[in-house]
Each structure stands twice: as C-alpha cells, then as structure tokens.
Design a protein around this ligand. Structure first.
Ligand SMILES: [Zn+2]
Ligand SMILES: [Zn+2]
Length: 175
C-alpha cells in the first residue's frame, strides 16, 4: 500500500490522483491519495528561499503506520550539499518526497505542458520510491533509477524500470 500526501495547498488533487493511478499500474500496488495536504512552512529556509527536504521527510516518518508514504511538494526542495533536489527518499525506509517545482516547463520560462509534467512526476516518483525498496542508482541512463541532476537527463528516461530494477522492486515488495 502506498499513500500519496500533498505538501503545500497548491498541489492539485487531480495531479495526485493521476500519479496514483500511474504508480498503481507500474508498481502493482494500491495507491491512495490522502485528502488533507500538509503545510511545509516548518522546513522553509529564508536564506535559500527553499524547503529542507530532509526535515519534511523526518516529519513524514511520524505520519505512516507501515504503508509507504510519498510526498508531492509544490515547493522547491534542497539538501545542504546541493543547490536543489528533485526529491529525496529514505533508502529501504517508508518515506519518499518529490517536488513539482522544477518539473514544470514554466520554471524554465517555457509554455505549460501538463502531459510532460505528469510524465516527469511519474519518473521522479518511481525513482524515489525505488530507493524505499532498497534500490541504488542504475547505470542504465534510460531507467527511472538512473541519477538525474538536470531536467534534460530526466527527459531521457523511460516511464518504466529497466528489467533489473523492476525485478528488484518486485522482490522487495513481496518480502
Ligand atoms: Zn536517487
Ligand atoms: Zn534500472
């Protein structure tokens, strides 16, 4: 069972529902969107004008009773060693977090493209959830588990795990 949690009031329920349906298909697990979003203001860093991903993940840990919990944030995320992160996850843990901010074409000064945003969101969700299943980064650049530090690299990925990562996720979710 995977729960999706909106972080910030401006993540559309429709966006979360669409992602839940896509994840349920790829992971063959039931996905449920929690109705109430949470407010991430506790994780705001006024100097960086970004939100501390690890603090949000830590808060999410107390919000799960064994199900996997995926946070979808509308705000830009960071960890101290990087200028930004698309997401963060607890390796072999329960919680994962992704941000919509840099998945939107508008962020790069381009016209909005809902379909592209949804596709990127799925890839990034598969990546971070993959870490919660214990997966490390994949050397296959077209696999969602490849590391991506730019949106161009993310767009080269498929919407499905490579065979090896797929098998590893299946094995972990049955154990
Ligand atoms: Zn990663
Ligand atoms: Zn892979």
């Amino acid at each position: 069972m995977i729960h999706l949690l909106r972080i910030g009031s401006d993540v559309a329920l429709e966006t979360a529902d669409e992602l839940a349906a896509a994840l349920a298909r790829e992971l063959r697990e039931s996905c449920h969107v929690r109705p109430e979003p949470i407010d991430p203001s506790f994780a705001f860093d006024p100097v960086r004008n970004q939100y501390h991903a690890t603090s949000i993940l830590r808060a999410m840990t107390s919000m799960t009773e064994g199900e996997r919990l995926l946070g979808i944030a509308s705000v830009d995320l960071y960890v101290p060693i990087f200028t930004f992160v698309f997401g963060e996850a607890q390796v072999s843990g329960r919680c994962a977090l992704i941000s919509l901010t840099r998945l939107r074409q508008e962020y790069y000064g381009l016209p909005s493209d809902r379909r592209l945003t949804a596709e990127r969101l799925l890839k990034e969700a598969l990546h971070e959830l993959g870490h919660t299943y214990g997966l490390r980064h994949c050397h296959d650049w077209s696999c969602p588990m490849a590391s991506s530090t730019s949106i161009e690299r993310m767009d080269l990925k498929n919407r499905r795990y490579c065979l090896r990562c797929h098998a590893a996720v299946r094995a972990a979710s049955y154990s």
